[in-house]
Structure formats: C-alpha cells, structure tokens
Write a protein of this length. Structure first.
Length: 451
C-alpha cells in the first residue's frame, strides 16, 4: 500500500510540474508572439491584435455573426446564400488562391457584400473598375518595439479623422482614431488603360483576368472618411454587390475598438447589410480541415498538456505490465514501530513515577560525553569535569557542577517531581547543544540495537 501511495504522489507531482511548465511557456510565448509585425487578426484571439471583442460585441448586440471556416467557393453553394457580408481582416496567414479569389468575386457580383480591412489593397479581392482603381499608400511600418496593447504608443502624433460627408457608413460618427501605421486609399482615374493596368497588377499577388476587369462596370468609389493624404474608408459597387475598404485594421482590434467612434464605424461597416456576417477564419488558419477540438484549444497549453498526461499514463501501464526477472516473495514487514519500545518504557516510567530512572538514562550518556570533551576519565569527580569543561568553553563551571550534582542526587534517591525532572533534562540538553556535543556513531548504533 505504501508503494502505491508513493507512485500516486509521484504521478501527481509530475502532472503539477507539467502544468506549471506549460503555463509558463504559454504565457511567455503569447507575450512574445502578439506584435504588430506578426499580428493575429482572428476573432478567436483575445490579444491586442485580435478581433474577438468585435465579434462578441456584434453577437451580443443582436447581429447575426459566424466564423467562416470553409473555402470561399462554399459561398456559391446553399450555405453562401445565407451570408450577406463577408469580412476579411488583415493579411491572411493562408493566402487566397486564384480560384478562391475568383469564387469570392463571383459571389460578390451576385449581390454579396465584401468588407476588406487591411493596410494593403489586395487586387485579387478588391476588384477594379474599367475607368478607375484603388490602391493603398502606406506611410509608416511597425517595428518589434511597438506594443499593440499600448494605445498611446499606437496613436502617437495621430489626429482623429472625421467623416467627409454624411452617409450610411458614417452615421452617428463624429471622429475615428486610426493608428500611426494606417495607410491611405487613393482613387486612381484610369487614363491610358494599358499603363494603369500594369500599375495595378505589378504588385498584385494574384493576377486578375481581363474578363474580370471588363465585367466590373460600376461608379467610382465613395470616400466616407479621409483627409488630404487619402481616404481611410471607401466603398463602391461591384455588379449587384458592394465592396467596403477600411485601410487600418487597428480600428477594429481589441485594443483600438474602444477609441473615439471606432466601434460605431465597425458596426456601420459590417452591419450595414442587415444580414448574416461571416468572418473569414479559414485564411487565419482556423479551417474546418482541422479537428474542431484541436482548433478550439489551438494556441493554449491544453493540447500539449493532454498529450503529456497520456504519455505518462501509457508509461506507467507499460512499466507495471513488464516483469524484470523471476517473481520474488513480498518482503516481510515488521508491524512494530522502531519507537514502540521507547514509548512503552516511557509510559511505564511515567506510571511508576520512576523519574530517577529517566534522568539516569540521559545523565549517564551526557556525563560520558562531558568527560570525553574534557579529556578525562568517566569516573573523575564532577568538579574536575565541570572545571575542565568550563576552561575549554564558555560554560559556567559552577552551574554545570550544580546541575551534575542535582542529577546524581535524583538518581541516588532524592525526592523529585516530574516538573523538576523535565527541568533537569532540559538543562542537560542545553549543555549538549551549547558545547556542540553529538552522539558518536557507536552510540547511535548501540541505541538502535537496544531499540
């Protein structure tokens, strides 16, 4: 039974250490990983660069929101008919393929609503018209020293921007506060078609077909918020659908959504369609191709902890199931305690009031070590022993001799109470402690043999 308790306690200690190690490593990794250089714009992420607050606020405000974890071609099916607004925030961890971009534009052409929130305009997603185009002009790039959770640092020397005209997207908005890394959307009037098309495709990651450019006959974009440097928020029609471009994702992040009217701007931009709002999580690495349980706990120490627990359990089962050598009989364990004899003798002495015997057991050993300390014979007089001990230490020789005399008188039959006997024993122990006297190995061995 004692062996089983040891195994159980060892198992509990190992599990506790694993929990502490995983927790510490997770916290350190989270602090190092959440930066504006490598942001995590997922609605599952509760850090400064995430958008979980936006998702939860829309959901609690009565808007219908979902996390879209499938490829964009599913928007052309039955499930896509329920989606009114498709939201892409930040640079995708999984890039849009040419087929995915084409499916998204087709869904948009049929009447969908696409909201792009990023500091760069992806040409494959933000479809261009025949007579105009849009592009993002970036000013300042973030560094590793920038803390996305520090709003003062993120908005340093930035002036709040106001709507340029009253529209549905600027309803009840007085000003919004972008970050100092916000880009500006510029509307380009297409003059020489060949030159402009080259300008719009040279830095595009996915090439647009000529048919797509010809199909998008729509009016020029409408600037809702901007200044002389460029627009912060624009939208334009594409077929039966509409595209909204917001050039700073910081406005909708967990850290920036609380500033000025940033939350109201996010609600106007995403909830203007009055339908189901789908946040693109597939390209944030949260696709349904992953296990749902593993995807939910991704980025936490839960998965690693579960794997380590399973490994420890399998190791214990494997070791218990193996036999090393021939079977041996169980060792016979004596049920008697090593202190049982001492406890019995103490009880007998207490009942018989044999305090002299108890003092004799302790004083005999103390006198022996005192004589050895003084370099004298055991049978030397107590005055000689006390004088020699006092000469070699800071012990008062007269007090030591008095203590030895009182102990010898009690051993020889002088009346003594249990309180006096305890006082004598205490004083003997204090002398041993002050002189640093300890039992020799021989005394320890003899005492163990007597027990």
């Amino acid at each position: 039974m004692r062996q089983r308790i040891t195994i159980i306690l060892t198992f509990v200690v190992i599990i506790g250490l694993l929990v502490i190690l995983n927790t510490v490593s997770y916290v350190q990794e989270d602090k190092k990983g959440d930066s504006e250089i490598t942001p995590n714009r997922s609605t599952y992420h509760a850090g400064p660069t995430g958008t979980r607050a936006l998702h939860d606020l829309l959901n609690e405000s009565g808007y219908k929101v979902i996390r879209w974890r499938e490829t964009p071609d599913k928007l052309l099916g039955e499930s896509g008919k329920l989606v009114n607004t498709f939201v892409v925030i930040g640079r995708a961890k999984i890039e849009f393929t040419a087929d995915e971009a084409k499916s998204l534009r087709e869904w948009l052409w049929r009447g969908g609503r696409l909201v792009l929130i990023d500091r760069k305009v992806d040409r494959a997603l933000a479809a261009q018209s025949k007579g105009w185009g849009v592009r993002a002009l970036e000013f300042t790039y973030p560094s590793f020293e920038d803390d996305p959770g520090d709003t003062a640092q993120m908005t340093k020397d930035v002036t709040a921007m106001q709507p340029v005209q009253p529209t549905v997207l600027t309803n009840t908005i007085q000003s919004v506060m972008p970050s100092r890394f916000a880009s500006r959307v510029q509307i380009i009037v297409r003059g020489d078609q060949d030159i402009v098309e080259d300008d719009f495709s040279k830095d595009s990651e996915t090439e647009l077909s000529h048919d797509d450019l010809e199909a998008a006959h729509s009016p020029a974009p409408v600037v809702h918020i901007g200044n002389r440097e460029g627009a912060l928020l624009v939208d334009y029609a594409y077929g039966a659908g509409r595209i909204v471009v917001l050039s700073d994702p910081y406005i909708v992040t967990n850290s920036g959504i609380k500033l000025n009217d940033n939350l109201q701007l996010a609600i106007n931009a995403l909830g203007g369609g009055r339908g189901l709002i789908a946040f693109d999580e597939y390209h944030q690495g949260r696709g349904v191709t992953q296990n749902a349980f593993a995807s939910y706990f991704a980025g936490t120490p839960v998965l690693a902890l579960a794997a380590q627990i399973v490994l420890v359990i399998l190791l214990i089962l494997w070791t218990n199931a193996r036999r090393f050598g021939r079977p041996l009989p169980l060792p016979h364990v004596d049920r008697r305690s090593s202190l049982e004899f001492v406890a019995s003798m103490a009880e007998l002495q207490e009942r018989s009031r044999a305090f002299d015997l108890a003092i004799e057991n302790i004083y005999t050993r103390t006198r022996r070590v005192l004589a050895r300390y003084a370099g004298m014979d055991y049978n030397s007089s107590r005055s000689e022993i006390a004088t020699r001990v006092a000469a070699r230490s800071n012990i008062d020789g007269q007090k030591l001799e008095t203590l030895m005399r009182q102990c010898e008188e009690a051993i020889n039959g002088a009346p003594i109470s249990w309180r006096q006997s305890l006082d004598l024993v205490r004083r003997l122990r204090e002398v041993e402690r002050d002189l640093g006297l300890r039992m020799r190995s021989r005394d320890v061995r003899q005492a163990a043999e007597n027990i």
